[in-house]
Design a protein around this ligand. Sequence first.
Ligand code: BYC
Length: 483
Amino acid sequence: MSDVVNVDYSTRIPNNVGLTEDRQVLRALEGWHPGYLSWWKDMGPEGFQESLVYLRTAISVDTQGWAKFDYVRMPDYRWGVLLAPREEGRKVNFGAHLGEPAWQEAPGEYRAMLRRLIVIQGDTEPASVEQQRHLGKTAPSLYDMRNLFQVNVEEGRHLWAMVYLLHKYFGRDGREEADQLLQRRSGDKDKPRMLGAFNEATPDWLSFFMFTFFTDRDGKMQLESLAQSGFDPLSRTCRFMLTEEAHHMFVGESGVGRVIERTAQAMRAAGVEDPGETARVRALGVIDLPTLQKKLNLHYSLSLDLFGSEVSTNSANFFNSGLKGRFRESKIADDHRLTDATYPVLKLVDGAITLVDEPALTALNMRLRDDYTQDCAKGVERWNRILEKSGVAFRLRLPHVAFNRAIGQFSRAHADPDGQILSDAQWAQARGAHLPSTEDGDFIASLMAAETRPGRFASWIASPKAGIDNKPGDFEYVKIENS
Ligand code: BYC
């Protein structure tokens, strides 16, 4: 464990924001660091804190520095403050301030709104670490264990990224918010994390892979939108976070893909043709495809809730004020003000799901959610190609956006995965067919036994196509005996 009293912070925190000369912020971060480490110890990965993990550490944002691989004990990981390089002459690219120089300080009139956006983004990062803290003990391989820990330390770094902005640009209330980010806890009754999906459990590795596919992808969409921000330090921070985020989604997509591949292999080898014969498939020690679909339904619908209400004045204000743009705003060919534009929004009208044109400004959450759905659909297609190649007669699909929602238009109704509105009684009956039941969870849990021999994988998941950092198949990604 590092000696937090005598840490040389100017070298300890890799940064490209001139921390050594910025005494005030350096002191604020020094003050925050012990609390962070104690949070990491209490709420970070359970066990393995003294193990040597083959991790990628970002020490600068250039191609040489952003992916340095080496063995590191997680508490000694160098959580850096790294922003994408400043673009000379960058402007506000959308909203009422379109064309004005981007802000290098928090704009006074939007300070509270901006702080809230940063705090919400910051809150999700430690939340996901808390949700995943038990998983190390049941890792299906050292390769997967290493990927879990990589995701965890980087979510920690993303928290640092937001805390830096709070300390640097928001003075005393920023410091208070930074402290509170270490106080809330995922799933806690009294001090929950801010957004719904971040208070759900991540009970097993299939959930972890689904989470990194679906929920980290919400992260990607939100970060892409914040990367457009007229508040330049937020934009630069998010741009660099996105480079790390790509690996998280790779972990999710390839993780689920490997589960599918293994199930298909086992079914073929045993001559099981009907994917609906779940008992026979489960007896092979793999996860049956209908259960996989249920997990997908759950994680997709929880992640849709993270986009907020379809029609939202908050989202209009975020955009108008130049703080949060659309997905890849600068590549969209329109006026970037949206004062007269409309956007079709799916709404519940007289009990029926109907497309209604709404002012584009208030429909920005819906638009981002649509972009997200398209991005998810491409991944699902790639999963289905694995099934197709294996000759298994089953296809995964995204459920309708009205399915299982707790936020927005459809939180007031029940719908099945096809978007048929159901009565309470119909939903009570149908629920078990579309969402994981306790029994499904118990079955998955029964497969979750750790496989810690280098190069070996649990029965329910195929090996990856390539190692991390081009390492060979039997590479010891985590040296557990060091614990
Ligand atoms: N749960 O106008 P509304 C990531 C609240 S993930 C609970 O509908 P708005 C990551 C909302 O706060 C990306 N509450 O929505 C992934 C508001 O409360 P107040 C995280 C919710 O504000 C994996 C009220 O309901 N980043 O990075 O337009 C691992 C009415 O809100 C929820 C961001 O989200 C919910 N699901 O949009 C690690 C970006 N949804 O103000 C990391 C920053 C809404 O009335 N956040 N509410 O008290 C935002 O842009 C927006 O706040 C939201 C909501 C898109 C979240």
